[in-house]
Design a protein around this ligand. Structure first.
Ligand code: HAM
Length: 416
């Protein structure tokens, strides 16, 4: 047997209903907020993520699936959607094509992380992005959208964490403050952190090594180093959250593991799903569009992990059971033909009807109907055919009656 690859999973009936609920709810809410769906390829040039997600991130340095194609081109499986959506925004001049460039996408992403509960190598994101709006009210709207999504899914016990990571004006002084605060302690940190201290000190906050945490927890906070514009922006974002009645905590370590963020960053954490508890994360990225070769346009968005949302759904969530409205059991070849014609008519009328394919005994056909949980069974034999009727068994009560074959479709539709 050839098994599925580590860190990937098959989503089977019984679970897929929860995925369909999450995806349908997300699409409904995103569209309600004025976002339009787009789909981009799973494979992109490696360069897009090296430049976009960032050379110094764990995603690009350690986790990206990348390979050399037969023509020598470096290709990557997308580890996230944001750089692809920025590329599409620029490549198709969506700014001209759309009244407001608000877009969303959903699909698989790939990161070669160590698999564990809630962390996979192929996982799925629901991602929204807005381009071209500098005003902090859009930060408020995007966070409100995230919060509405969580609420509409019925997920409770979550916490919204927000922070501001500043901009290229104030970031250098914060990076310098980090390095100064670390001082000699940098030598006690892991090898990754020692490299981060030189290449991009902010990335030190991504460190998960337990022994490093004491030093990292004592480091300065980004919000104490914001320039005036970033401080005013962040104050306005917080005011919008208050006005919208969205509770949040200020999280100083929330710099997020991607390089493009400027100003607002946020995450929604669901404690009950285990160690991998970030169900959703996002923020503003005011320099990314330009950095990827586009016009100087700001952007903000978030992505939610579908696997984690599904894990966080309430246990009490009752999804409608999928079952046929009627099962048709036929005895004998002439009745079988009539049964298949009736099956076709029922389906054309939009009814979920099922039949036994292998002409087996009535008993085994009834068993099949039972397994499928069909509430009604049409029984068609020689006698019924001769009378132009069909016998109907109501499975819940085992009661039986006859209806004219010509009225069988109507009968199912009215009993549904
Ligand atoms: P991210 O925080 O890397 O952000 O991922 C967003 C969400 O994807 C996480 O909160 C988590 O729910 C899910 N996720 C990430 N990695 C895995 C994994 N290995 N297994 C399962 N779920 C995972 C981004 O990707 C940004 N592009 C978000 C964004 C959009 N920022 C601005 N716009």
């Amino acid at each position: 047997m050839i098994a599925a690859i580590r860190g990937t999973q098959d989503i089977l009936p019984g679970t897929i209903e929860r995925w369909q609920f999450v995806e349908a709810t997300a699409c409904r809410v995103f569209e309600q907020y004025g976002y339009a769906e787009i789909r981009t390829p799973i494979i992109e040039r490696e360069e897009l993520f090296a430049k976009g997600t960032g050379e110094t991130t764990d995603i690009v340095q350690k986790e990206m699936y990348a390979f050399t194609d037969k023509d020598g081109e470096r290709i990557a499986l997308r580890p996230e959607a944001t750089p692809s959506l920025v590329r599409a925004f620029v490549e198709h001049s969506l700014e001209q094509a759309m009244a407001v460039p608000k877009i969303y996408t959903l699909g698989p992403m790939f990161r070669r992380e160590r698999p564990q509960k809630g962390r996979y190598r192929q996982f799925h994101q629901l991602d929204v992005e807005v381009f071209g709006v500098k005003d902090p009210s859009v930060d408020g709207e995007v966070i409100d959208l995230a919060w509405t999504l969580i609420r509409e899914l019925g997920i409770t016990g979550v916490e919204l964490a927000v922070n501001s990571v500043g901009c290229p004006v104030c970031r250098p002084s914060f990076a310098a403050a980090l390095v100064a605060a670390l001082g000699e302690d940098v030598q006690t940190l892991c090898g990754d952190c020692q490299r981060r201290a030189v290449a991009n000190p902010l990335r030190i906050f991504d460190c998960k090594v337990p022994a490093d945490q004491r030093v990292i927890d004592a480091l300065p906070h980004t919000i104490d180093y914001l320039c005036d514009e970033c401080r005013t922006h962040f104050e306005a974002v917080r005011r919008y959250l208050d006005v919208f009645g969205i509770p949040y905590t200020l999280s100083h370590r929330l710099v997020r593991g991607l390089d493009y963020y400027t100003r607002t960053t946020f995450e929604v954490l669901a404690g009950q799903i285990g160690a991998q508890n970030a169900v959703l994360g996002g923020g503003r990225y005011d320099g990314l569009v330009k950095q990827l070769g586009g016009p100087d346009r700001v952007g903000i968005g978030f992505a939610a992990g579908v696997e984690r949302l599904v894990l966080a759904l309430p246990d009490t969530l009752a999804l409608p059971e999928k079952r046929p409205a009627v099962f048709i059991a036929a005895i004998g070849e002439p009745a079988r033909e009539a049964a298949l014609t009736l099956l076709r008519d029922l389906r054309r009328a939009g009814v979920n009807a099922q039949v036994e394919y292998e002409g087996r005994s009535l008993k085994s056909q009834m068993k099949r109907a039972d397994r499928l949980k069909a509430p009604l069974v049409f029984i068609l034999g020689e006698d019924e055919l001769a009378r132009g009727e069909v016998s109907v068994r109501r499975m819940a009560t085992s009661s039986q009656e006859s209806v004219p074959l010509s009225g069988a479709v109507e009968f199912v539709k009215t009993s549904q």
